[in-house]
Design a binder for this molecule. Structure first.
Ligand code: G1P
Length: 275
């Protein structure tokens, strides 16, 4: 039903300089796997096999990562190292990868709009690879795809954050429909704590219905002079319905050094040592 997943990856990764001077931040590894591969694996596990990247200058390593390297395959054929490529080989075999460029950086809304040519007129997911999510059973996207079957409208994943951190996120308020589910009534991009409608922050997982593209086109620049997906979603919530879902699992903000280190330790203890 939902087959497509968009990864906006054009950002410069300035919080990780100098590491990201010549390398995309999405290729930084958590242990032995690039950050972006975790996101694509989560999408694949949710049944999303058409993977689209909104990319930019200096991001070519992402394209090479999701492609076969014949020299490498030849080099390690028949050795014990082959199993290290099993995960990425599976993705390359079962998914398609499309790329389009965001020519000018002007916000997440603008990045998603740039993906319109690869998405077309169908509902799709968006993953911000910086937010690494680890579910207990189902990944966050799989949980959201299930909800989409029920609600058929845009869905954002949320989590509670400390009140003094609301200025790092889109923040929602809404009518509680059931445990962990809200119908969005308000949504503000990066509000100061005193202006925040709640402490329920949007994290980097969205399911969007395709009418969002026309709405983004009509959305004026907002916070920081950028076109915000949060503002477009608020319009969609007012015209129809947007659901906010407090997901099951943990999320690490790998756009910050602290979150990156926490994710690394978590994966080392819970994945690497248990292999
Ligand atoms: C973006 C969105 C914000 C959301 C966040 C999740 O912000 O604009 O609404 O809460 O992702 O990670 P960014 O982190 O790109 O500044």
């Amino acid at each position: 039903m939902i087959k497509k997943c968009l990864f906006p990856v054009a950002g410069y990764g300035t919080r990780f300089l100098p590491a990201t001077k010549a390398m995309p931040k999405e290729i930084l590894p958590i242990l032995d796997k690039p950050l972006v591969q975790y996101g694509v694996e989560e999408a694949f596990a949710a049944g999303l096999t058409d993977i689209g990247f909104v990319t930019g200058r200096g991001k070519r390593a992402i394209e090479d990562h999701f492609d076969t390297s014949y020299e490498l395959e030849h080099q390690i054929a028949g050795t014990g190292k082959e199993k290290m490529l099993e995960g990425i080989r599976e993705l390359i075999e079962h998914c398609t990868f499309s790329y389009t460029r965001q020519v000018k950086m002007s916000g997440l809304g603008d990045a998603i709009l740039a993906g319109r040519t690869v998405i077309g007129d169908e509902p799709f997911a968006v993953v911000l690879a910086d937010d690494l999510c680890m579910g207990p059973d189902d990944g966050v996207l799989a949980q959201m795809v299930k909800l989409f079957k029920q609600f058929r409208c845009s869905i954002v994943a949320i989590e509670e954050v400390p009140q003094d951190e609301t200025n790092k996120y889109g923040v929602i308020s809404g009518e509680e429909l059931s445990e962990n589910l809200f119908r969005v009534t308000d949504m503000v991009e990066k509000p100061d704590p005193e202006d925040a409608p709640s402490n329920l922050a949007i994290i980097g997982r969205y399911i969007l219905t395709p009418d969002i593209f026309d709405i983004i086109e009509q959305t004026p620049p907002g916070k920081n002079g950028e076109v915000q997906i949060t503002d477009a979603l608020l319009q969609q919530a007012k015209d129809g319905c947007v659901i906010a879902y407090k997901f099951k699992g943990r999320r690490f903000d790998c756009g910050s050094v602290q979150g990156f280190v926490e994710a690394t330790n978590y994966c080392y203890e819970n994945i690497y040592l248990k292999k």
